[in-house]
Design a binder for this molecule. Structure first.
Ligand code: G4P
Length: 537
């Protein structure tokens, strides 16, 4: 079906209601790429396996920035993947991982309405998952959990569930439960429908027909998998007695996660995830702006920029701003107001992300993402709206964890360096901190790639050749307090550890975790924040 025909199909309320915008959070190697591919195959967006994987293997084989940039020209297209399933329009946003992990990875999570957490059943909860889930928890994002690789020898499922609950602080509501694992993996029991779904390894077709066994004691199980079956029966009793049942309200509040078991590579369990997404995950919800509440099915367009991607040619400051539509409809040529500059902009060449290579879409709705080519005019957190200028929060800066200073190879260019770093800081490429004691700017990032970006841009855009050196800072946390006197006292006594960020907000930069803990204990009147809202109001 053509886009125009698709777009004109339903009134705006219905279009918004059928949107599901989500991201996958996982630790590298848990199976995100494999699962993405299966979801896209299911949704008919790609026809053959290997499409996404091929891209992944091409990507970032080298950390050379130009290579990364070149790949990004391609990867813009795979940043957002859209497909239809059971009447829903599903937007899957890519969370850059591996070497590409940066503040952008976190920011993508601010643009979604739900997240799919993929856990490697052999490894349980891993470091990157903890970090990403923390961001979701802060925002109360509903989480669907997929425990992957059941076709391998993995950990006891009860153990994994327990770990998720303990470490991530989220209640698990198992929806399916596995019978066996590895060579003995016989399938999963659907706790809602009270039947078994039989596992067939190696079936790689998009719409694999899963055989249903009506009885948990089907001879297929008792004869072929006697040990796995007996263990399963014991576990089932525990799960049915002790596990929390699924509760839609708790799920939407981000407190409870429905849990599915499966094997992405075998396309087993993928249909369950899509069903959970279409039936349980929320459609776009209203957002608070300083001036008003923005309703997704409102007639006037509004959207917020959550990510900027530098394009192929840095000399031209070519950028693509990724904007999440919060309300209304985007149509080609739409005239909007840019809140920060209070100037109008015409959106002529926005890129939209459609399934089956329908690249040039003319219409997009709340929940959808559009890419706006620009030359540095748009920044992270910027709001575009029809009519009234809007200040919308929701896109924060995240506490950096890697810190460096830039040492100039030509000391005469220090003024230029400061100006360049300020600009890059304002743009959100990296965070920049100016110590109160004027000891030289400190850059802070959540991923190494951000420094590579800065080094490259300093050289090509500002003609500044600098070497980066690590600084002994553990973390940067923004400080606030209702007690002005205490804040003042803290600023005086701890000035060596304090800095202002690009927006002039005060940040505490302790050298070690222990120093941070002691400070938090000593200054109970102060609050130390792990995020800072860009458009706080
Ligand atoms: P990522 O994007 O989260 O980093 O993970 P990716 O999908 O690339 O998967 C990591 C590895 O785990 C891949 O193997 C993939 O084939 C494998 N894998 C994913 N899902 C399953 C599953 O359900 N069962 C089993 N047994 N393996 C799974 P690889 O050897 O690194 O790559 P490849 O050579 O297979 O492509």
């Amino acid at each position: 079906m053509e886009n125009a025909a698709l777009a004109a199909q339903f009134p705006i309320e219905q279009e918004v209601k059928r949107r599901r915008t989500f991201a996958i959070i996982s630790h590298p190697d848990a199976g995100k790429t494999t699962l993405t591919e299966k979801l896209l195959m299911y949704g008919g967006a790609i026809r053959t396996a290997g499409t996404v994987k091929a891209k992944k293997s091409q990507q970032f084989a080298t950390s050379d920035w130009m290579e990364v940039e070149k790949q990004r020209g391609i990867s813009v297209a795979s940043s957002v993947m859209q497909f239809e399933h059971e009447g829903c329009v599903i937007n899957l946003l890519d969370t850059p991982g591996h070497k590409d992990f940066s503040e952008d990875t976190y920011r993508v999570l601010t643009a979604v309405d739900a997240a799919l957490m993929v856990i490697d059943a052999a490894k349980g909860v891993e470091a990157q998952t903890i970090k990403l889930l923390e961001v979701c928890r802060q925002r109360k994002t509903p989480i669907i959990t997929f425990i992957n690789k059941m076709d391998r020898e993995v950990r006891e499922p009860l153990d994994v569930i327990d770990e998720i609950e303990q470490i991530l602080g989220i209640t698990c509501a198992p929806i399916t439960w596995p019978v066996g694992m590895g060579k003995e993996f016989a399938g999963v029991f659907d706790l809602r429908r009270h039947h078994m779904l039989k596992f067939t390894p190696g079936d790689n077709t998009a719409h694999q027909a899963v055989e249903v066994l009506e009885s948990v004691d089907d001879p297929y199980l008792t004869k072929n998998f006697p040990i796995a079956h007996a263990t399963f029966k014991e576990e089932l009793e525990i799960v049915q007695e002790a596990a929390d049942p699924f509760n839609q309200e708790a799920f939407l509040a981000g407190d409870l996660s429905p849990v599915f078991f499966g094997s992405a590579i075998n396309n087993f369990g993928v249909r369950d995830i899509l069903e959970a997404l279409t039936q349980w995950a929320p459609s776009p919800r209203p957002r608070e702006a300083k001036e008003t509440t923005v309703y997704p099915d409102g007639k006037q367009f509004s959207g917020i920029v959550f990510k900027i991607q530098a394009n192929m040619n840095p000399q031209h400051r070519d950028r693509i701003a990724f904007l999440r539509i919060c309300s209304g409809v985007y149509r080609q040529g739409l005239k909007v107001n840019h809140a920060r500059s209070a100037k109008p902009i015409r959106l002529d060449h926005a890129i939209t992300f459609m399934a089956q290579e329908r690249a040039h879409l003319t219409t997009a709705y709340a929940g959808d993402i559009i890419g706006i080519p620009n030359h540095g005019k748009l920044r992270i957190g910027d709001v575009l709206s029809e009519g009234e200028l809007l200040a919308m929060a929701g896109i924060p800066h995240f506490s950096p964890e890697i810190f460096k200073t830039a040492r100039l190879n030509d000391p005469l260019r220090s003024k230029q360096l400061n100006k360049a770093l300020k600009e890059l800081g304002e743009e959100g490429t990296i965070q920049v901190f100016e110590p109160l004691e004027k000891t030289g700017m400190i850059m802070g990032a959540v991923g190494q790639l951000q420094f590579e970006t800065v080094a490259h841009r300093l050289l090509t855009e500002y003609n500044i050749d600098a070497t980066f050196e690590s600084v002994p800072v553990h973390k940067a946390l923004w400080v606030s307090s209702e007690d002005i006197h205490q804040l003042k006292r803290f600023t005086q006594t701890s000035s060596v550890r304090l800095a202002y960020d690009a927006a002039g907000a005060l940040a505490f930069m302790p050298p070690t975790r222990a120093a941070l803990d002691i400070t938090i204990e000593r200054w109970p009147e102060l609050t130390f924040h792990t995020t800072r809202e860009i458009n706080a109001f």
